[in-house]
Each structure stands twice: as C-alpha cells, then as structure tokens.
Design a binder for this molecule. Sequence first.
Ligand code: ATP
Ligand code: MG
Length: 425
Amino acid sequence: MSQALQAVRGMNDILPDQTPRWQWLETRLHAWLAAFGYQEIRTPIVEQAALFSRAIGEVTDIVEKEMYTFTDALNGEQLALRPEGTAACVRAIIEHSLLYQGPRRLWYQGAMFRHERPQKGRYRQFHQLGIEAMGFADAELDAEHLVMAADLWQRLGLSDLTLEINTLGDSTARARHRSKLIAYFTAHESALDEDARRRLHSNPLRILDSKNPAMQAIVEAAPKLMDEIDDIAIAHFETVQRILRAHDIAFTINPRLVRGLDYYNHTVFEWVSHQLGAQGTVCAGGRYDGLMAQMGGKPAPACGFAIGLERLLLLCEIQAIDMKTPPTDVYIVHQGEAAQHHVWQIARQLRQAGISTLLHCGGGNFKAQMKKADASGARFAVIIGDNEIAAQQITLKSLRLDLPQQAYCAADAIQHILTFRSSQP
Ligand code: ATP
Ligand code: MG
C-alpha cells in the first residue's frame, strides 16, 4: 500500500467540527462591515511576485524569507501566493480606476501564505480580514478604523484587547530620521547583529523592530522619529487620539511601534491580547499615503488594517465566547415502500418552509434510524411509516426535550417546528 498523503506543514484543514465557529465569526464580520458601509473586493490568490516586492519592500521579512514564489512553468512569469491583502487591493484599484468616482471603503477576506515556522497562532496558510479606505486624507479615517475595531471586539463579546498606536510622520520626517538612524547605527556597527547590519542601509527603521535582547540598549538609545515629526503630523496624530478619547477607547502610545512593512506613514497601530502568548497581535494596520503612487497609480491617501482570523478565533475560544451555530431542524426517519415514495416530497415541503432537513439514507429499522437522528444533532425527528402514510400525517418527536411524540398534518408540523425554533435562544 502506498503511503497516505498529508496536508502541507503549516496549512490546516478546517474540519466540519470547526467550520461552525468560522461561520459564526464570518456572519458577525459581515454584519459589522455592512454597518460601517464597507464594500467587499475579491482579488486573486496568485499575483506577480513583483507586486509584493514593490509594495511591501525588498528588505522585509515577508519578501526576503516568507513569500511562496514560483515560476509559471508555461510562460516563465515570476508569481507568488499572496502573503497579505493590501498590495493586491491597491493594484486592483489602479488597474480598474476605482477611485475615479471618489474615495472607497473596501474590505477583503481570504487565505494568505507565508513560509514561517508553524506554531500556535502562526501558520503558513492563514486567513485575514482586511479593510482599506482609499482616497481619505483626514485623521478621521484613521480614527474610524480604530473605532471600527473596538466595535467589533464589543460585538464579539471580547475583552482585554489593548491598543497601541504610534505616528511615523510624513515621508520627509521619515527620510530625515532614516539618515540619522543610518549615521547612528553605523557608529555602533560592531554592536549590530547580522540581520541589522544587512538592513543598515536598506531598511534601518526595521532595526528598531529587532527582538534581539543583545541589541535592546542600542535600539533604545537610537534617534527618535518623534523628534523629526512636524506640526501637521502631530496635529493629525492628536486628532486620532481625541476621537479615541471621545469614544472611551483606551490606548497607549508606543514610540517603538513601526510595523513590519515599508509602506506606512502617520498612524500605525496594533491590537494585542496578552492571552495569546508570543503571537498576541490580532489586528494591525495604519496609514499608507505613499503606496498608490509607489505602485504607479495617481497619488491617493489610504489607510487600513488586517485581522488574523485564526488568532481572533483562538481568542474567542480562550474567552469562552459561545460560538454555536443553530442545529439542523429535522431528521426524517422513514420505513416502508409507501413512505419512501413520500419522504422526498415532505422533505421538500419542509425545506421550502425554511426548515433545514436531513433525510435518512441507507435503510435500517426505526431504532437504528432514531439513533442516527439523535447523533445528527437535529432538533426534531420526523417519523414517517405506513401508519403515517395511511393517516396522511407525520409524527414529530423532539430530540432535545423529553416530550411525547405527536402526529400532525404537514402544515401543522411545519408551524410547530417554526414556532419552537423561534422560541430557542
Ligand atoms: P507577526 O508580528 O505576528 O509576524 P505581522 O506583523 O507579520 O505579524 P501583519 O502582516 O501585520 O502581521 O498581518 C496582520 C495580522 O495577520 C497579524 O496581526 C496576525 O494576526 C495575522 N498573521 C500574520 N502572519 C500570520 C501567520 N503566519 N499565521 C497566522 N496569522 C498571521
Ligand atoms: Mg510576520
């Protein structure tokens, strides 16, 4: 016998006992996005590899180490499985001139791919939900995204997510800071690790992100971006803070928060939970006013964030959020030739009335079928045998409550089930 194949490491099946949680979450996400007037955009999973190196930056973890790239065997194109959603959103906006008629509030959801070391909360295929608002320059939009996130945690019943924010200023401040950083780290080059040395000239801001304990002192004492930031950027940041305060959204300012990607300016933020250990960031994002032009489009301001859905679900589980979805309403148990003839018709009637219905398949006596009905998790068994056919009735038995079974005509049975269902939490 040949060896059975397995899923790729770090890429998980989501099995039927898990999908109800995803559906529970997705239903709430969709209602939340609709409440804020965001529109969905769906882009392909595969893009030109150059899209990501151009948008995210050559010298970033994602592009350097984590991206699944491959050559299209048929035409030699360099392609990549998307590692994130923003670059493709921007590409699509430019390609289809979506900002022509004014600004857009968009969202996307889907699988992303990064070749990382798999561990709890970190996978090679994972799912993000992201929002992007394109064409809005005002700080109100940065704040809207934070208010939106806070609203989502509330809708889901989550607590203990803390918000860290920072400002990266505008591009001139970043450029000034960048040259000061290069001068500073060059003066301390012997104290830098290999990663930092490599980034010294290409992406010195990322050195501030270093988790290497041996470098913490030198990072702490590095020139601060805050010292370069002009009054306009400070006013932008203060507006965001004012709106957060007005909404009673607690936050801390973390001057070391720079985010992993090159494209951010002004506000950046992360929502973190201490309950998730090292993989504690559930939602991250910020403003990226330069990206549209960097990607060859007409300049347009933008901001957005992405939520890691696996981490969000993990947090819901840890906080014991009730994520149950409604059970199937009916399992039809049937016996006899006449019944077999009618059950399809009855199942159809039930389904048309909005009652979810499982039709027993595979024969067996009543007792065996009732066991299956019970195991299915359905609310009711509908029983149809020769007696029922003769009386033109169906027998209804509650599978969850200890009630006597009772025969009804189909219309009454439907009414009974619907009434019962609407009385359930
Ligand atoms: P981290 O610091 O955890 O590597 P990141 O900065 O690489 O995160 P982003 O690119 O900002 O993450 O992605 C947004 C969110 O997507 C993260 O906050 C996280 O919740 C989720 N995420 C990122 N990478 C993974 C992964 N490999 N597995 C599961 N979720 C992920
Ligand atoms: Mg990462």
